[in-house]
Design a protein around this ligand. Structure first.
Ligand code: URP
Ligand code: ZN
Ligand code: ZN
Length: 464
């Protein structure tokens, strides 16, 4: 008989409530949730008094080992999954970018090789589609069959060879819908960006803040609005990644109200930072797309979370080596590789900036950082909840320690922390991944390579 562990005395948080419940774990799975005074014979008891007990966080948007704009992102499967574990993340979904002319299935196999022996926690993969050619379309059912049912495309980054046009999106919708997949879209209108970018450069405006000026909110809003019209032609589950504007919340919600299976996420950096960061002496470090926005947009995003109009908070972890930022940027906003690191701090920021000031509740934190992603992307009910039978991916979160966020207090593979100097409350004390302790008392105790690939299938009934 295998060992049984009781996590006792904590406050269990689900997507619905925060209640005093003990958790019984056996064979890597949750065996039961028990009222604190109910007896059960166990081998070991872990004292969680004064702590929150949460399902492991899921990050459905990270870019590990990803070549982009002349550089490669800072995290690989080891360094990224290690930082993730310190932040209470027990599953992440990375992207496998199509290489033109090559097989998407081969790309997926290559990513699997990258993860083997390195990933510390469970992981999965979305495909990135760069075209809607016959061959690409023909591979969609095979990828879905292989456990990769979600596909991202970009409406911008034309110069980097990533953009797909409206007709390509229309051609992708049917094979994705027919085979039980979901389309994810980076929504920014490339023509508008080109227009504003040229205008700023012609005026001699090269500083980082002009990254935001060259991608004003209309750039994102117009792309979301048009996407909703495209999706209305062939209703297909669609997920708008990294929304950042006030209007995006209303646009996605309105599409859903019209009956479209339209979903959205925002990211931690759009909740914690404003475009002011782009005016700092190291402003180029904050260049990401869509850009950081106004304080009014930040508040609207928090309201969108409070009203459950935005379903997921991801990180879009895509840190760029500092030297490459400076070298490739060469003093021009439009040449700086886009993206910021963020896989680790999401829980602390959501708790400190969201729950403590009353912008969201603890159950919403759990829903938006774990359960909703599990439902939308497929691993539910195995992940994203702590009902009996679920993987014992558990975070014990101490909500009292106060500390200041900085590159030195985090474990990401970078000397740059976008949230440097932000005072936060709460610490990840213990993390279980499939019942194994991977973080104990804030220390990493698990070897690389123990993470498993999660083969996903979307459940069309799991609507939110
Ligand atoms: O600036 C960003 N977001 N970089 C990562 C790639 C993407 O667009 O998601
Ligand atoms: Zn993107
Ligand atoms: Zn991204």
């Amino acid at each position: 008989m295998s060992q049984t562990l009781r996590i006792a005395g904590g406050t269990l948080v689900t997507e619905r409530e925060a209640i005093p419940r003990d958790l019984l774990i056996q064979d890597g799975r949750v065996q039961a949730q028990l009222p604190p005074n109910e007896f059960a014979a166990v081998d070991e008891i872990l004292d969680a008094r004064g702590r929150y007990v949460l399902p492991g966080l899921i990050d459905p948007h990270v870019h590990f080992n990803s070549p982009f704009m002349g550089t490669v992102t800072v995290h690989d499967y080891y360094t990224g999954s290690r930082a993730a574990a310190f932040g209470g993340v027990t599953c992440f979904i990375d992207f496998s970018t199509q290489v033109k002319g090559a097989s998407l299935l081969e790309n997926l196999a290559q990513k699997e090789e990258e993860a083997t022996g390195r990933a510390l926690i469970d992981w999965s993969m979305h495909g990135i589609l760069l075209d809607a050619d016959e061959h690409t379309v023909s591979e969609i059912p095979r990828l879905i069959e292989a456990g990769c049912p979600t596909f991202k495309c970009f409406t911008t980054y034309k110069a980097a060879g990533r953009m797909v046009d409206d007709y390509a999106i229309l051609k992708l919708l049917k094979p994705i819908a027919d085979n039980g997949g979901m389309l994810m879209v980076h929504c920014e209108d490339d023509a508008l960006i080109e227009f504003y970018r040229t205008r700023e450069l012609d005026a001699g405006h090269v500083a980082p803040i002009y990254h935001a000026r060259s991608r004003p909110p209309i750039v994102e809003n117009e792309a979301i609005r048009r996407l909703s019209i495209l999706v209305a032609q062939i209703p297909t589950p669609t997920y708008v990644v990294h929304t950042s504007t006030k209007e995006s919340v209303a646009l996605v919600h309105a599409a859903r109200e019209r009956g479209l299976p339209f979903h959205s996420e925002t990211c931690t950096h759009y909740l914690a930072l404003t475009e002011e960061a782009l005016t700092r002496p190291n402003g180029e470090m904050f260049i990401c797309s869509p850009p950081l926005r106004s304080a009014e947009d930040v508040e609207a995003l928090w309201r969108g979370l409070a009203e459950n109009k935005i379903e997921v908070v991801s990180t879009d972890d895509a840190g760029v080596p500092t030297a490459d930022r400076l070298r490739l940027g060469g003093g021009r906003f439009d040449r700086v590789p886009n993206g910021m690191p963020g896989i680790e701090p999401r829980l602390f920021l959501l708790y400190s900036l969201g729950v403590l000031p009353g912008r969201i509740t603890m159950p919403q934190l759990v829903a938006q950082s774990s359960t909703n992603a599990a439902r939308l992307f497929g691993p539910y009910p195995r992940k994203g909840n702590l009902e009996p039978g679920a993987d014992a991916d558990v975070v014990i979160f101490d909500p009292t320690p106060q500390w200041t966020m900085s590159a030195g207090t985090l474990h990401m593979n970078t000397d740059f922390c976008p949230f440097e100097g932000i005072p936060v409350t709460g610490r990840v004390e213990t993390v279980f991944s499939r019942g194994e302790v991977i973080i104990r008392d804030g220390e990493l105790v698990a070897p690389p390579g123990r993470g498993q690939r999660v083969r996903r299938a979307l459940d069309s009934k799991q609507t939110l």
